[in-house]
Design a binder for this molecule. Structure first.
Ligand SMILES: [Zn+2]
Length: 171
């Protein structure tokens, strides 16, 4: 196996500055998009996550598996831990997770375990998505919590970023 050390290429996409006047799903997904840019600039797979409660952002993070050498350090896992600390309760029924890519089975499981009220994701992942893409952990028949799942807010923008990142990685 050959190892090559390369300087990471900084993210060619620009951060967004959504208006604070309308805190809708697009607003929060734009913040998650900005976190995905932070991930890219840290040489991580560009996935960002934000958790909101009402109008307030209570957690915001990006993928950190490489820098933490931790396969569980996905953006959603870090955000869920932050949100539970912020709320002071492991149950996050009143909260909404916004994430730029469909959560993997681990993170999808965490959204159920955390009793998250809603999960919004931008890009579906037919290979590893756990909320409809490859598996459906939010609809397990005997589960006592089923997060509401919403798709496709900022799908094109988030997909473009992921594709650009993986294209560079292949070079
Ligand atoms: Zn994950």
């Amino acid at each position: 196996m050959k190892f090559t050390m390369q300087k990471p290429i900084s993210c060619p996409f620009q951060k967004l500055f959504p208006s604070q006047l309308e805190k809708d799903d697009l607003f929060f997904m734009q913040l998650a998009y900005n976190e995905a840019i932070n991930a890219w600039n840290a040489d991580e797979v560009p996935v960002g996550a934000v958790i909101a409660r009402g109008d307030e952002v209570i957690a915001s993070s990006f993928n950190q598996t490489r820098r933490q050498t931790d396969p569980s350090a996905h953006a959603e896992m870090i955000a869920i831990t932050m949100a539970a600390k912020s709320v002071g309760d492991w149950r996050l029924n009143e909260c909404r997770l916004y994430v730029t890519k469909e959560p993997c089975p681990m993170c999808s499981g965490a959204t159920v375990m955390a009793r998250l009220g809603e999960v919004h994701y931008a890009v579906e992942d037919p290979k590893m998505g756990g909320l409809g893409g490859a598996a459906s952990l939010h609809t397990l028949p005997f589960s006592n919590h089923k997060p509401k799942v919403f798709r496709k807010t900022m799908e094109l923008e988030c997909k473009e970023m992921l594709q650009a990142f993986f294209q560079l990685q292949r070079k």
